[in-house]
Every structure is written in C-alpha cells, then in structure tokens.
Design a protein around this ligand. Structure first.
Ligand SMILES: [Zn+2]
Length: 467
C-alpha cells in the first residue's frame, strides 16, 4: 500500500473553483498525489497531521529567480537595474565556478522549501561551462523541491550576453548542444520533479540571428521560453513584443518577465499568442524597472505569476511579492482616482483583492511555470504540493478572513509544514534537510566570490550605464 498522509481539520484555501475555500476540511494524500479534499475523511493507517485551525494553501510558485545569485545575497541593496548589469552580470558572473553554482542553487532551493515555495523557475543565465549546467541541476535535485530549470546563456563577459549600447558586440548564442545534452541527460521527462525551459534574451540584447536561433532551439527541444521584456527606461528595452511579432516568434506559453512598459498592442500580442507574465514587484519598484502591471494582465485574462528575481537586492519569498503587488497596484488605482478628481467620498473603483493576489502566487504561478496540470491548487489528482500556515503566532492570530491572514499577516516564520509531491520537506517549522553542510558551502562560495570581486559599493553605478 502506498504511503498515506491525512491532514486534518484545516482551513483549506484550495484555489480550485469547484472546491473553493473550506472552513474545516481534511486532505488525503496517497504517495505523491492528493486523493480527497473534504470534511471528515477517515483513513486507517494514514500518517496524521493535525492542522486544527491552521490554513492549508497550495505551495507558492516563484516564477523567475536567478538562483545562482544566492551566494551573493543582499550584496547590492541600493542598486538600480543599470548598476546590477554592470556589477552582478559583468563582474560577478564571470567569476563563478561550477561549485559556486551548486552551492547557490542548493541553498536557494532549500530557502524555497523553508518559505513555502514548492515550485521554483530557476532562470539560469550562468551556463558558462558544462560543469556549471550539471551543478545547477544538481543543486535543485538535492533540495527536493519542484522546479523548472530554465537553461540560459553563458555569462563569461559582457560581450557574451549583450550586444552593447552601440549594437556592435558579438553575443554568444545559448549553447544548443549543451541544452540538448541537459535535456537528454537530466530533464527528458516532462512529468518529472524538475522540467526544462529555455531562458532567452530576445531582441533587447541580441541581434536577430541569435534571437531566431534561440527561439528555434526551444521549439526543437519542445520546451517553453522565458524572457525579460519592457523594463526600465532604456530605449533598447522598448517594443520587444513588436519585434518578436515581426520575426514570427510569438510562441504560446512564453513567459514575459517584468513587462512594465508594454504598449497596448503588445499586451494584446501577449494575450493573443497565449503568453503569460512573471512580475517581480519588489524588484521592479525598487530598481527602476517600472510598475508591476498585474491589473492590466488580469483584465486581459493573461496569467500573472509572481517572482523574486534577484536575492542580491530584495527578499526572495512570496509574502514580500504579495505585499508589494497588493500595495503598488492598489496605489496606482488610488492615484488615478485622485487625479480624475473623484468625489472624496467615492471609493476608488476597480481595486485588486487579496484573493486575486493569492491566486497569482499559487495557481496562476503554476500556469506561468507551465505545470498547472499537476500543481497550483488543492485538487484531487494533482501532486501534493502543500503549505500549512501556522495560525497560532502573534502576527497571525486571531484569524477572521483566512485569505487576509495569508496574504497580509503571515510571513516565512509561519510556514509550518511543507510538502512537495507528498514528501515532507518541512514539519512544524523545521526543515527536514541537513543545513550545516549546504550553509558552509554557500558561505565559502560567498567568501571566494567577494574575495575576487571586492565588496560591491551599495549603490555602485558602472561608467557604461552612466554614459
Ligand atoms: Zn530576472
């Protein structure tokens, strides 16, 4: 008989429309899979998890993170995007050894389990050698979370990843043979715990021949594309969707990251091509990308995923992202209402809600990651990727609206129990994984990288970005 776990007497926020929010229900898990969700399930011989009064949600989905940067966490607190390009991509990335990628990915994925993130899209633009690719995959495997490994380009010098402001540089293509090897060797199973995507740069960073090569590589490999678009005020980040359309490269299920400055017709292109967006609101607000345009995406029916992007400059958990997008998207509506001179007694219309935000952090995130058929909601038949939020702490108790409790009151310290595919990775607030070895490794990686680089200035701005 397969292992069975019964979560008892929880408040269940299923994100499944046919199940809804249940004030007191049980969840039966058999092996990797959710079998039943309803009150009063009896299951002899099942392992019981008593969740009386606690809240169960589907695991959070982080739809875009450069996990290799975990080694240099908070090294760049005051950076803008230009400073980040100059220091992190141009100077730190070429220093990375395969062991640094292993330490960073393992620790970053453990960090996810701790924070209730059960699926991570690892946007891995550190494919400097085959050993780097092996190390990145191994780090994710070691932590046991679900992930989408987005194979990216080599980051060995600025010439490798960007054609430069005068469009004269020769950008290295993603290494197609390496991408094929990783697909064949590790990630050939599209139902596996780790699946594959392609992390491309697009027309902001590469000339058309490289763009076309990378999009066609994704098609050949049968994997989805994830690409940064329309961020910051630089001229070269504008109108990328139009450029892709002209090249015939608007593929379905493509993730457009940031999307802060998409034009109205470009939003329609995202929708009409079956694309989705990954928004990193804390980073977008802080570093100058622009607003996190969740509301317009929602109005067009485009799935919105939340993401943490870079640990160098912001917290990497989904509570932070939920707070940032809830405040910023409502703030924009309030300001619009003020500017339209609405009567001071008229409530601001069209405000996003906490329930929408929780959906973006879970079910919509799974759509963006391309795996909503197996995760993102508490639905019988889906994988048991679940988080139990402990409601007993001073910052959460007493609970009135459980969605409000998760979106607005809870934080990482309330992530009590975490399951991925029915496997318990955290229980009663403690990670199951052994931490001291992985922590020593990531600290040694930090020491090596900072030793080579020198400590970054908090708000350092490279001369190239200033020019
Ligand atoms: Zn990014």
């Amino acid at each position: 008989m397969t292992d069975r776990i019964l979560i008892r007497n929880a408040i269940v926020l299923s994100q499944d429309e046919s199940i809804g929010e249940l004030p007191r229900a049980d969840i039966l898990i058999e092996g990797e899979t959710i079998r039943e969700v309803r009150p009063d399930i009896s299951a002899d011989s099942a392992q019981i998890i008593d969740a009386d009064g606690d809240i169960v949600i589907p695991g959070f989905i982080d739809t875009h993170r450069h996990t290799w940067e975990t080694s240099i966490r908070t090294s760049a607190p005051d950076y803008t995007l230009g400073a980040y390009f100059g220091a992190i991509l141009d100077k730190f990335a070429p220093l990375y050894r395969a062991d640094d990628v292993l330490a960073a990915n393992r620790w970053g994925a453990i960090e996810c389990a701790n924070a209730g993130i059960t699926t991570l899209v690892d946007w891995s633009h550190i494919m400097n050698t085959p050993d780097h690719a092996d190390a990145a995959v191994q780090g994710l495997q070691d932590a046991g979370i679900r992930s989408v490994f987005a194979f990216g380009f080599p980051n060995t010098s600025i010439q490798a990843w960007w054609f430069g402001p005068d469009y004269s540089g020769s950008v290295e293509r993603i290494n197609g043979d390496e991408a094929r090897r990783v697909r064949r060797q590790y990630l050939s199973d599209d139902r596996g715990l780790i699946t594959m995507a392609l992390a491309t740069r697009g027309t902001n960073f590469c000339k058309p021949d490289v763009v076309r090569y990378e999009w066609e590589l994704a098609r050949e490999l049968g994997i989805n594309i994830t690409v940064h678009v329309a961020m910051d005020r630089f001229g070269y980040t504008k109108m990328q969707l139009r450029a892709l359309k002209d090249m015939g490269l608007l593929f379905p299920n493509t993730t457009y990251i940031h999307s802060s400055h998409l034009l109205p017709d470009e939003w329609e292109m995202v929708r009409d091509s079956g694309g989705n967006v990954s928004l990193a609101p804390q980073i977008e607000l802080q570093m100058g990308h622009g607003w996190a345009p969740a509301q317009i995406a929602e109005e067009l029916g485009i799935p919105v995923g939340l993401s943490s992007d870079v640990a160098t400059t912001a917290p990497s958990d989904q509570f932070t992202q939920m707070h940032a997008i809830f405040a910023s998207e409502r703030g924009r509506q309030h300001e619009k209402a003020w500017n339209e001179d609405l009567d001071g007694n008229t409530p601001t219309p069209n405000l996003i809600t906490a329930r929408q935000v929780l959906r973006w952090a879970t079910l919509d995130g799974a759509k963006v990651a391309g795996i909503a058929d197996r995760t993102g909601s508490i639905t019988p038949g889906k994988k048991a990727d679940l988080v139990i939020i402990d409601t007993k702490s001073p910052n959460v108790s007493p609970v009135i609206d459980p969605v409000g409790a998760v979106v607005l009151a809870a934080d990482i310290s309330n992530v009590g129990t975490v399951l991925v595919g029915g496997r318990i990775l955290k229980r009663n607030g403690k990670l199951v994984a052994e931490l001291s070895g992985p922590r020593r490794d990531v600290e040694a990686s930090r020491d090596y990288l900072v030793g080579k680089f020198g400590t970054p200035e908090p708000g350092w701005l490279p001369t190239r970005a200033m020019a």
